[in-house]
Design a protein around this ligand. Structure first.
Ligand SMILES: [Zn+2]
Length: 198
């Protein structure tokens, strides 16, 4: 693999070269670059994929029941027909959370897709197409882990709980009827309430 220029060297590990079979397909698991200039990546139409370890995600880490492991990440930078610089991507992996009913481990299968518009200032949000979520980057380079972590935190349940019948706590004391009466036990109801408050 030749190194044509300095930048190719910097992101060497995760750069998907034209015509090269995607790494995930070949089973190779490369680390993502730590820092990138997303605007420049968009202008160059870069696509990168690789893994990010949980220990690199400092805000997520305290929420994890098991802190070892990684997520698979695929990122596509580009510019759309309207000139919007964009970053779309996919994050997949098994996230080990703590069930808030029984306090034991609960595996959550994360499969998140996102489509972000890369903006330099809030004022650009007004012109944005509806297909995008805005990502404001006032300075570059940025830590890629921060962007990925934001998406992961939005995608995992805020109050993780096993399905009732799969939860060990459902066998002791609490009945399904009690749970229904409490109503708040449904994590989606709680999420809906949180959204209303905002
Ligand atoms: Zn549970």
């Amino acid at each position: 693999m030749g190194l044509q220029d300095t930048e190719a060297f910097v992101i060497f590990d995760s750069l998907v070269l034209p015509g090269y079979n995607p790494r995930l397909m070949s089973g190779r698991q490369d680390r993502l670059p730590v820092e990138v200039d997303p605007f420049r990546m968009a202008e160059q139409g870069r696509q990168i994929q690789g893994l990010i370890e949980f220990k690199q995600l400092k805000r997520l880490e305290p929420l994890l029941d098991s802190k070892t492991g990684h997520l698979d990440v695929e990122l596509k930078f580009g510019i759309d027909a309207r000139g919007t610089r964009r970053l779309s991507g996919r994050i997949e992996g098994m996230v080990s959370l703590t069930c808030q009913r029984c306090l034991s481990e609960m595996n959550f299968s994360l499969a998140n897709e996102f489509n972000l518009a890369l903006l330099k200032h809030e004022s650009e949000i007004a012109q944005l197409g509806e297909e995008y979520e805005p990502l404001i980057l006032e300075s570059t380079p940025v830590r890629l882990a921060e962007i990925i972590e934001d998406e992961v935190l939005l995608a995992i349940p805020q109050i993780p709980m096993h399905e009732f019948n799969d939860c060990p706590a459902s066998k002791y004391g609490e009945t399904e009827k009690d749970t229904e009466q409490e109503d708040n036990q449904n994590p989606f109801a709680v999420l809906a309430d949180l959204k209303k408050d905002n």
